[in-house]
Design a protein around this ligand. Sequence first.
Ligand code: HEC
Ligand code: HEC
Length: 360
Amino acid sequence: MRLVSARNAGLGAAGFLFAGTVVLSATAWLLSQEQSAALNAGLKTPAGLPAVRLPDGKAPSAAEIELGKQLYFDTRLSRDRTVSCASCHDPQKGWSNGERFATGIGGKVGDRSAPTIINAAYFPLQFWDGRAQELEGQALGPIQNPIEMDLTLDELVMRLQAIPGYKKQFDAIYKDGVSADNVARAIASFERTVLSGNAPYDRYKAGDAKALSEAARRGADVFFNKAHCTACHSGPNFSDGGFHNVGIGLHGKDFKAKNFDVGREKISGLEGDRGSFKTPTLREIARTAPYMHDGSLKTLEEVVDYYDRGGNKNPWLDEELFVLKLTARQKADLVTFLKEGLSSPDYPVVRPPSLPPDPK
Ligand code: HEC
Ligand code: HEC
């Protein structure tokens, strides 16, 4: 009898906990959806895009966005004061750097390409391998990375505290003034304004048949149907936010020698993630060459040829990739769709702001 009731109690507790978790997370989800919709009223969302993610449920103020913009463009956030976020994510270069890899302080070169930060605000997981959560979780990474900006968080806070123009802004915006977390908050707030929507494709989708040229319309049909691109480049940001092995870097000598970037596997520890990288957005894709995590494809024509071949064969290749057998015209139309359809007339142009001067 006692045994039975003990069991029941155990089950009951487990059932209660389980139900409690479900109810709680469902409520949190509902709240955050409503909240972000309401709070996002203050953040301009371009046509065709949903409200951006606001992980702490709070829309940034204009002052916080402005502070973040200054920090984003400020080379004093790097050890030798030569590199800022904008060095590798340059508004003039599609918010990327136009190069295969990224060059940080002292000319040190990394081994992955710099993704655009346009619409990065829609990704819950940041970086090619998703190792950081939300923009806030990402921003302090490059500042501390020895081959990018190479500052410790203590040095970062000391430097900013010594610049009166910064200290004043932090004190006005945050209860706890200058701190590394607040640097991340401010930069993330600025990044949430770097959005691209209202592209010809959005207007076409909204009913304006003339928004796309005939070739781009045919290309859209290839993209959504025969070429199967939306298996991964889906939704308003043309990304499922997930990780896939499309075979990039998995060929030739280095692959045979098992000397390749395992991508997501390093974070998840799962062999199924070997060689998987995050699906990038395709918005403003005409501006962000070269392509892929290793910058190995120079043009969109090369990208389309690559997918047409079904990608580099490897044991972990995503099952959604296969030989497409596109005709020459379908390939050309697909490229036209990517270039014309997803480039916005409202491309986010941001000029470097004037920065608070060094103390005298
Ligand atoms: C030296 C070049 C360099 C600098 C400086 C740099 N980044 Fe990056 N950034 C990169 C590279 C390379 C990656 C991809 C690295 C990876 O995925 O492992 C990246 C990734 C990102 C991502 C992820 C985007 C996505 O879609 O996953 C964001 C956001 C970002 N950087 C913002 C910033 C911010 C903010 C700063 C300044 C605090 C900064 N970066 C400084 C090169 C740089
Ligand atoms: C199985 C999922 C999947 C499918 C299907 C897919 N992609 Fe991708 N795409 C990805 C992933 C993942 C990456 C990043 C791969 C890497 O860097 O290793 C990527 C990268 C790209 C890039 C480079 C973006 C950048 O910023 O570097 C372009 C362009 C692209 N895909 C276009 C397409 C087109 C066009 C199609 C259809 C022909 C397509 N993709 C089909 C998942 C997919």
